[in-house]
Structures are given as structure tokens and as C-alpha cells.
Design a protein around this ligand. Structure first.
Ligand SMILES: Nc1ncnc2c1ncn2[C@@H]1O[C@H](COP(=O)(O)OP(=O)(O)OP(=O)(O)O)[C@@H](O)[C@H]1O
Ligand SMILES: [Mg+2]
Length: 229
């Protein structure tokens, strides 16, 4: 089965000489279509660095990143490829304050040359899918933190990505709202086939993921086998 994400010997060293920090150290990883994976580990162990490389936002010092069966390249090509293939969700929803929920979701599609009418239809579909259709016309300041994060997930899904990378998306939410975000991811992975990596410190929602990865000092600790083959 094709891996949606494959890392081969991925290493990232920040700085040089005495100041060099080996933030990610020879990571091999395969994430399959529809797999929802949690990434845990102490502060500074390299989780965000790993996600940035998986998301083609940073290039490894060594090693290869493969996404949906294609070796990732640098430069402009990476930017277009990233836009079409990868969705990001961060700790803060980072919605644009002067755009409504629906317009926030539309924005990424408009950049991708989707027509205004089509983007609107898709945006409303996604907001409905995430249970926030009633909020489509509201501005971010009129939404709860959990609602804003669901809009951010809708935005991440807009271009039908093969892969979603989420960096502590529930850190600013209470546990019930955080769990809802995990439930949404689980549903997205199983219904849409999206591969999802979610960095989290929240152990209470781990029953919802297919696999837990643990990182320490830039390396993945061999741990739990995938629940699904
Ligand atoms: N741009 C950078 N330049 C230099 N060092 C960096 C840079 N970004 C991260 N580091 C270092 O790389 C290591 C891994 O950082 P990273 O942000 O990936 O950790 P993390 O696991 O995401 O931590 P947290 O849970 O606190 O978010 C840390 O030692 C950090 O100080
Ligand atoms: Mg981090």
C-alpha cells in the first residue's frame, strides 16, 4: 500500500559547529492512507521540526521526504505541491479576523484557482461536515475556540489534501473540545482517507487514534504497532 507520507533517514541539524542542534535524527516513518497517528514526546524533542519537514516547510539536512508516492522537491514546485497535497492545523486557529468562517475556508481554494462559486459550495459542505454550518457567516471573534479550530480543520481540508499535519491543535482547548477535534480527525481519516499526524500532549484522546508515535531526542522510539494493518 502506498504511504501517504514516508520519511527516509530524515535528519535536521540547526546551526553549525559547537552550536549544532540535531533536532531530528535519522527518522524513518511511513503513514498510510486513512491512518490517524498521534505524535508524542517532551518539549524540544523535535516534533515540530519533524512536522515542518513532512509538510515541506523546511528541508532536511539529510534524508528524503516522500508524499503520496512522490519524492518532495524544493523551491516553487514544493509550494504548489504543498498547497494541493498537505493541510496544516496549528495550535492557534489563525483565522483571518475580517473574513467570515466561510470566507476563511474559501481563501485557500481561491489561491488554488477554484472559482468563487465552487469554493463557496465546498466551503459550506465542509463547515456542515464539521458541524459548524450555522456559523458560516460569523467572524472569528464571534466563535468559540473549539468552533474556530473546526473552521481551521475545514480550511485544512479544502483542497482535499492527502495528508494533514496538526501541531498541538487542542492545546488551547478544554478537554471536551479537544476530544471533539480528535473525533473529527478520526472521521476525516476513515471517511476521506486522509493521513493525519497530530502532535499532542493530551493522553486522554489517544483511544481515538490508530497509532501512537513517541519521540525522544530527535528519534522515534520503537513503540506500539499499528492497530490497523
Ligand atoms: N529554527 C531553529 N533554530 C535553532 N534551533 C531550533 C530551531 N527550531 C527548533 N530548534 C531546536 O530544535 C529542537 C527541537 O525543537 P522542536 O520545536 O522541533 O521541538 P518540539 O518537540 O516541537 O517541542 P515543543 O513540545 O516544545 O513544541 C529544540 O532543541 C529546539 O531548541
Ligand atoms: Mg513544537
Amino acid at each position: 500500500m502506498t504511504a501517504m507520507l514516508e520519511l527516509r533517514g530524515v535528519t535536521r541539524v540547526y546551526g553549525t559547529g559547537e552550536n549544532a542542534v540535531r533536532a531530528v535524527d535519522g527518522v524513518d516513518l511511513r503513514i498510510l492512507r486513512g491512518e490517524f497517528v498521534a505524535l508524542l514526546g517532551p518539549s524540544g524533542c523535535g516534533k515540530t521540526t519533524l512536522l515542518l519537514m513532512a509538510g515541506l516547510l523546511d528541508a532536511p539536512t539529510r534524508g528524503e521526504v516522500w508524499i503520496a508516492g512522490r519524492r518532495a522537491e524544493g523551491g516553487d514546485k514544493a509550494r504548489d505541491f504543498r498547497r494541493n497535497t498537505i493541510g496544516f492545523v496549528f495550535q492557534k486557529p489563525n483565522l483571518i479576523p475580517f473574513l467570515t468562517a466561510e470566507e476563511n475556508v474559501c481563501l485557500g481554494m481561491r489561491i488554488n484557482d477554484v472559482s468563487r462559486a465552487q469554493a463557496r459550495v465546498r466551503s459550506l459542505e465542509l463547515l456542515d461536515y464539521l458541524g459548524v454550518a450555522a456559523r458560516a457567516g460569523n467572524y472569528p471573534s464571534q466563535l468559540s475556540g473549539g468552533e474556530q479550530q473546526r473552521i481551521a480543520i475545514a480550511r485544512a481540508l479544502a483542497n482535499r489534501p492527502a495528508l494533514i499535519l496538526a501541531d498541538e491543535p487542542t492545546a488551547a482547548l478544554d478537554s471536551a473540545r479537544g476530544r471533539r477535534v480528535f473525533e473529527q480527525f478520526k472521521r476525516v481519516a476513515s471517511e476521506l482517507g486522509t493521513a493525519i499526524i497530530c502532535v499532542t500532549h493530551d493522553h486522554r484522546s489517544l483511544d481515538l487514534v490508530d497509532r501512537v508515535l513517541e519521540m525522544s531526542d530527535g528519534q522515534l522510539i520503537p513503540a506500539s504497532a499499528p492497530v490497523r494493518p
